[in-house]
Design a protein around this ligand. Sequence first.
Ligand code: SF4
Ligand code: SF4
Length: 429
Amino acid sequence: MAHGRRAALPPGGFVPTERLLDCVHCGLCQTACPTYLTLGTEADSPRGRIHLMRALQEGRLTLDADAVGYLDRCLGCRGCETACPSGVAYGELIEAVRPWVEARYRRPLPERWRRRLIVRALTTPRLLRALVTPLRALDRLGLLASGRALAARVVPGARLLPTSVPPRAAPPSAIAAGDARAAPVHLVPGCVMPELCGDTVRSTARVLAANGWRVIVPPAVGCCGALALHAGERGAALAAARRTLDALVAAAPTDDGPPIVVTAAGCGAMMKGWGALFTEDPARAAAAASVAHRVRDATELLASRPLRVPAALPPRRVAYHDPCHLAHAQGIRDAPRALLAAIPGVTLVAMEDEDLCCGSAGHYNVMQPAMARTLVARKVAAIRASGVDLVATANAGCALQLAAGLRAAALAIPVRHVVELLAEAYDRY
Ligand code: SF4
Ligand code: SF4
């Protein structure tokens, strides 16, 4: 391509061409890519996908089922970004190409509806609640395991359901915790977390309060838009992000508002990069940039100040799994490990491939169940080889995926979020 055209976004293109040319094809990212490691095919590698994106953008390749398949199989884990010495912003490329694909490629009807239903169910709290409530009832009757096995025959994603469904997170006013005179923190529970991972939300509030924060859940905060964006639904992502951004701005209109804490790695990565989503809405882009610098993962905020010393837990050898959107997208690796190491009784044990994706990746494990199962099996083998008693992670989606993988392998090793272990330790006082 002529250099004179490089800075411009070609008509119908999804990203300025120069961004695709950042890749020098060195291949140093290949072995950090879970799909390449599994399939060994160039087109299922970061370099191959960038090559494919460029060919699509330049009109040299037809957008057919094969091309879409290679892009769909990408987890968006951004392991390749960490490995790339040339600073290729792969995450931005894949997030730009996905809505472009959805606008141009007509998926078969059943697939179209399946994708739509998954995103709607996960991001519409009322719908998710309607689906989860019967599961909770089955759990109370002791029938959840057989219900899950039955459902998994029809919907593969049902295997991810936890062995028990914790009560949903309390309404915002009841989550609020901490001394009224303490420094405030704004907690964003998200869309899926309050329904499926209420324990993590409650533990986060308790641990923050135990460390001198006053936890406030601003009214009307909900979905950040990440799950819709990962499915290429840019309009739905924008609508959700706009609602939560406006609620956060209403709760703290100035730049020096309190820290905003999220408990899901994907939400943190999304909200820290919200500015790029609002390119056509300059006022909101400015608000998003101002909010973004206040966003912290729960582990990031807790590790940034001296931690209240936790009580001892029963001695356990613990492996830590890095959530991709925490390690690769936000560069947060040390904070969760430091929190774990601060709990008396916890011995951190190194594990192979700690920062390789487990296959959870937002809704990837439901959209691409076969690849997700292969990836979690690799993870389970590493957990087994490490000889640990417990696996800790800092993202509820990873915890569900790892627990499902361990259950499938008949390994009785629990998986806990770091804040849940801290809450358990504080409860022992
Ligand atoms: S985001 Fe993950 S799956 Fe996708 S190309 Fe990069 S390393 Fe591979
Ligand atoms: S993405 Fe980076 S590491 Fe991978 S081939 Fe391109 S330049 Fe090399």
